[in-house]
Design a protein around this ligand. Structure first.
Ligand SMILES: Nc1ncnc2c1ncn2[C@@H]1O[C@H](COP(=O)(O)OP(=O)(O)OP(=O)(O)O)[C@@H](O)[C@H]1O
Length: 247
C-alpha cells in the first residue's frame, strides 16, 4: 500500500501542511496582465482567506495555486518534495452524473484506493456531511446546499493536505453556510491547509487566520486576520473594509 493510500485510510492528515509560495507569479491573457506579478508565502496555520473586489483576481490565484492554470511568468512552489494532495471546491459544485455515493467511490478509485474500502469510506463521509439519506440520489438533483456538502465530502475522503475553496457559500442559505464553515474548521483542525475566497466580511472574520487581499490583480496586503480587520495598511483594504467601492 502506498503512503498516499495509507493516509487516506486513516482519514486524517498527520503531517503539517506544506507551505505555498508564489514567486513573481503573473497570469496574462492576450497581452493583458490579469494577475501579478505577485509574491507571497502561505506558511502559517491559516485558514487563509483571499479577499478583494469582483475581478481582483482571486479565482485566478486559486486556479494557479491548484495547477488548473499555468503562470505566464514566475513559479508556484510547494515546500514539500512531492506535490501535495490537493482538492478544490467551487462556488457551483462540479459533480458527476452519478449517485452521491458513486461520486465519492469514483474519486477514491481515481486515487487508487482499494475497491474493498471505497464504499466504507464513502458512506462514512456521507454520514459526516449529513447525506446518508441521499446516498443513492443522483448528485445533480440534490439541492444546492446538499451538492456543496457532497463536494466537501468528496474532498474529505481524499484527506487533502491543501483545500482550495472558491466562494463555496455564496449561493447558500444561513444553515448551509454554517455547515460549510463547520466543515472548513474541521478540515483545518485535521491539518489541511485552507485557502478560501469569500466576499463575506463576517465569514472572513469567523474563519480567517490570515488574509490575502487583492485588488486589480495585485496582492495589496497579506497579514494576520486580526491586523487586517483592525488596522489594514493598504488604502485599498481600508476602503474595502469600510464598504467603499474598490476596483
Ligand atoms: N481564463 C481566463 N481568460 C481570460 N480572462 C480571464 C480568465 N479568467 C479570469 N479572467 C479575467 O481575469 C480577471 C480576474 O478574474 P477572477 O475570476 O480571478 O476575479 P475574482 O477576484 O475571482 O472576481 P469575483 O469576485 O467576481 O469572482 C477578470 O477580469 C476576468 O474576466
Amino acid at each position: 500500500m502506498t503512503s498516499f493510500n495509507r493516509s487516506l485510510l486513516t482519514s486524517s492528515v498527520l503531517i503539517p501542511p506544506p507551505a505555498l509560495c508564489f514567486d513573481e507569479v503573473s497570469f496574462s491573457h492576450e497581452d493583458k496582465v490579469l494577475l501579478g506579478p505577485c509574491s507571497f508565502t502561505l506558511q502559517g496555520t491559516g485558514p487563509t482567506l483571499v479577499m478583494g473586489p469582483n475581478g481582483a483576481g482571486k479565482s485566478l490565484l486559486l486556479r494557479l495555486a491548484h495547477g488548473l492554470l499555468v503562470p505566464t511568468q514566475g513559479q508556484v512552489i510547494w515546500s514539500s518534495d512531492i506535490h501535495p494532495r490537493q482538492a478544490m471546491v467551487f462556488q457551483q459544485p462540479v459533480l458527476l452524473r452519478r449517485s452521491a455515493v458513486a461520486n465519492l467511490t469514483h474519486a477514491l478509485a481515481v486515487n487508487n484506493v482499494p475497491r474493498r474500502t471505497r464504499v466504507k469510506l464513502a458512506h462514512e463521509a456521507l454520514e459526516r456531511f449529513g447525506l446518508t439519506a441521499c446516498s443513492n440520489t443522483p448528485a445533480r438533483v440534490l439541492s444546492g446546499g446538499e451538492q456543496q456538502r457532497l463536494a466537501l465530502a468528496r474532498a474529505w475522503v481524499l484527506s487533502p493536505q491543501v483545500l482550495f475553496l472558491d466562494e463555496p457559500t455564496s449561493a447558500l442559505d444561513p444553515a448551509a453556510i454554517k455547515a460549510v464553515e463547520a466543515a472548513v474548521r474541521e478540515f483545518h483542525q485535521r491539518g489541511t491547509r485552507i485557502v478560501m475566497t469569500t466576499h463575506d466580511l463576517h465569514q472572513a472574520r469567523r474563519l480567517a487566520g490570515d488574509v490575502l487581499f487583492l485588488s486589480a490583480g495585485k496582492v495589496r496586503e497579506h497579514t494576520l486576520a486580526e491586523a487586517f480587520f483592525n488596522a489594514p495598511v493598504s488604502r485599498e483594504a481600508q476602503a474595502y473594509i469600510a464598504g467603499e467601492l474598490v476596483v
